[in-house]
Design a binder for this molecule. Structure first.
Ligand code: PMP
Length: 290
């Protein structure tokens, strides 16, 4: 495995970051999780744009251009000779001292890992997931805005652990008003009477790239899709629910807090979107090996 750090490639054993890096000391940094399918990186431009938006929001100036970042990412895939992979792109504030202030951090650290994929078990997609609502709320957009894909994931980790204790693989997170925000690592969609809804980003969610792809697919499939504030009630009475994320793709949910959703099996629309998303990942993307 070859890992990119600040313009150079290192073997797994030698790919190391300073203990004074503020990404580690303070979670001061940002990242992206990206996937490549069949030799093409899916929605790469959108991921790069979101990375630079996250950087802007936290006053972090990425020392290389979007074009250079794109090339570094593609080169990391090439160096590892991967056609299907999960790519983790991280930019930290850089190496500083023990103080909180980024003033002493000279240059942001950039690293890119391209790894072969660990897929979710097939039965998750065939049978659907059971989820519960976490009591850990999503951070308020007035605190650390969840729209920033920051290295500060403890909020999500705490919620995920609640799910683990409850024996489920994903959890729903509410905002401080008790409205549905998203899941610990996925966005959420519901369908009722043929109308699809998802919470707006300002409710406290990450602007997921897969979510973005779903908007495009909904248009193509002629499904009505609205961004509206949602309560747990809206989820309980939905005909179908699914989650979206780069790793999970489109994954059905059949139970929320003990309530069976719809028929308790994967719904027809969800199946359609799972297929349409799968097709989209195969018919688009930036070629790794031009
Ligand atoms: N919400 C959170 C909190 C996430 O971490 C992620 C990414 N795993 C998502 C939503 C989905 O975003 P994307 O579709 O860009 O992977």
């Amino acid at each position: 495995m070859k890992i990119y750090i600040d313009g150079k490639f290192y073997g797994k054993e030698d790919a190391k970051i300073s203990v004074f890096d503020h990404g580690l000391l303070y979670g001061d940094g940002i990242f992206e999780g990206i996937r490549a399918y069949n030799g093409r990186v899916f929605m790469l431009e959108e991921h790069i744009d979101r990375l630079y938006d996250s950087a802007k929001a936290i006053l972090l100036e990425i020392p290389i251009s979007k074009k250079e970042m794109t090339e570094a990412l593609l080169e990391t895939c090439r160096q590892n000779n991967l056609k299907e992979c999960y790519i983790r792109l991280v930019v930290t504030r850089g190496t500083g001292n023990l103080g909180l202030s980024p003033d002493r951090c000279e240059r942001p650290t950039i690293f890119i890992i391209a790894a072969s994929l660990e897929l979710y078990p097939e039965n998750f997609y065939k049978e659907g997931l059971a989820v519960v609502t976490a009591s850990t709320q999503r951070t308020s957009p007035a605190a650390l805005n969840p729209a920033v894909k920051s290295l500060n994931y403890l909020n999500n980790v705490m919620a995920k652990l609640e799910g683990k204790l409850a024996g489920v693989h994903e959890v729903i997170m509410l905002n401080s008003e008790g409205l549905v925000a998203e899941c610990s690592g996925d966005n959420i969609f519901a369908i009722k009477n043929g109308r699809m809804t998802t919470p707006p980003i300002y409710m406290g969610a990450l602007g997921g790239i897969t979510r973005m792809a779903l908007f495009k697919l909904a248009k193509e499939l002629g499904v009505e899709l609205h961004e509206v504030p949602m309560t747990r009630y809206d989820l309980f009475v939905a005909d179908e629910i699914f989650l979206t994320g780069t790793g999970a793709e489109v994954i059905p949910v059949v139970k929320v807090d003990g309530r069976t959703i719809g028929e308790g099996s994967v719904g027809a629309w969800t199946r359609k979107f799972m297929g349409a998303y799968h097709d989209l990942t195969r018919r688009s993307g930036t070629p790794i090996f031009p």
